[in-house]
Design a protein around this ligand. Structure first.
Ligand code: HEC
Length: 350
């Protein structure tokens, strides 16, 4: 394996993330593909390894936060930009990972045919993945149910048309017979039949990156056999929000440190923040804002760690968007501080 991996390295093009916490797999697939011949199986030759085709992704930033497995079952377009529009996402995951590992695609194709039952089992496991529950982590007393129910009203009004509907335990006819933990559960989640992609003005880097190599992927024989089609989109998928409390920092590019910042108009969101490891749940997570503690609340030792410094002024890292008609209407904020805090309480229960 070691010898194989070493040999395959010649056809790997990789890139460091702009800041820690972001993933550069999109660029890795593109840059690795550009080190192969342009035929149906992207054949690996010494010549192609030595002189890769130019790719804008060597400089362009399309870094992103990996999407979660537990949302896959709700979707029929995958990735944060919804650019994979058909096929089994687990197959595509294999294909892209292996391109990024410099694998011979004819060998991969044979392996995938021979390993169908394992891949099916994996697909079933992906579809069965469940999000972590806030109350399991912090205790049921960490959620104020009445406040969350007030927040649900705002959510229904402003958010569900994009993010889906969440029928709660407390919405059930016999709710008075349920335990607190059951009241907090999602009894039924309804998401769009066709996964939407919407441009709410967030950073375009990731979806623009996709345009740079979608043709290279679509022309591969193995993509055709798997029926994996990439169609670049403008905008991003409004993700289903189950387990959203555990998905900080927010947006596809990690540009927003917590939910308080997400519910702040873009121009007033923090321009920089420092991330840190989740070790101590009291210190490293802000329960009021749900996400990273920032400013004075951030642990002192985080502040000196440059690798985790997030600067929204940098290319691809903008924290713009998701405010017009969501938080602001005709120049006026829709929600008061109290209402936003109710909304956050509801989001904790998803
Ligand atoms: C017009 C559609 C639309 C509406 C309405 C909307 N959103 Fe979103 N939301 C999006 C899109 C699209 C994204 C993905 C943006 C990105 O990642 O760049 C998003 C992202 C998010 C995220 C971050 C998800 C993550 O994994 O980081 C949260 C949280 C969120 N929205 C909450 C809300 C709340 C709360 C409301 C209501 C106040 C709301 N949204 C209203 C479209 C919408």
């Amino acid at each position: 394996m070691m010898a194989n991996a070493k040999h395959a390295m010649k056809w790997i093009g990789a890139k460091e993330p702009t800041t820690l916490g972001l993933d550069t797999s999109l660029a890795q697939v593109a840059l690795s593909l550009s080190k192969r011949e342009k035929d149906d199986y992207a054949t690996r030759t010494d010549r192609s390894a030595r002189s890769p085709r130019p790719s804008k992704l060597s400089t362009m930033v399309s870094d992103s936060k990996p999407a979660v497995w537990w949302n896959v079952k709700y979707k029929n377009r995958w990735l944060s930009d919804g650019s994979i529009v058909s096929g089994n996402p687990v197959h595509t995951n294999f294909l892209w990972n292996e391109i990024g590992r410099g694998t011979d695609l004819r060998k991969l194709e044979t392996w995938m045919k021979d390993s169908n039952h394992q891949i099916e089992a994996l697909t079933a496991a992906v579809f069965a993945t469940k999000p972590p529950r806030y109350e399991k982590f912090f205790g049921v007393e960490a959620i104020d149910i009445e406040k969350a129910r007030r927040g649900q009203k705002h959510f229904v009004q402003s958010c569900q048309k994009c993010h889906g509907t969440y029928e709660k335990g407390w919405d059930q006819a016999e709710a008075n017979k349920l335990s607190t933990a059951k009241l907090l559960q999602n009894f039924k989640v309804t998401y769009h039949k066709k996964t939407p992609v919407i441009d709410v003005g967030t950073d375009p880097g990731r979806y623009l990156g996709m345009k740079e190599f979608s043709d290279d992927l679509n022309r591969l024989q193995i993509s055709k056999n798997l029926n994996a089609v990439v169609e670049p989109q403008k905008g991003y998928v409004p993700p289903p929000l189950e387990g959203i409390w555990s998905r900080w920092p927010y947006f596809h590019n990690n540009s927003v440190p917590n939910l308080c910042a997400l519910l702040t108009v873009a121009s007033a969101r923090p321009k920089t923040y420092v991330a840190g490891k989740a070790i101590d749940k009291k210190r490293d997570f802000d329960q009021e804002c749900v996400g990273y503690p920032i400013g004075d609340k951030a642990p002192e030792e985080w502040k000196s760690n440059k690798a985790y410094f997030y600067d929204t002024q940098r290319e691809g890292l903008s924290n713009s968007g998701h405010d017009e008609k969501i938080l602001v209407r005709e120049g006026k904020e829709i929600y008061s501080q109290t209402q936003k805090s109710e909304l956050i309480e509801f989001l904790k229960t998803l």
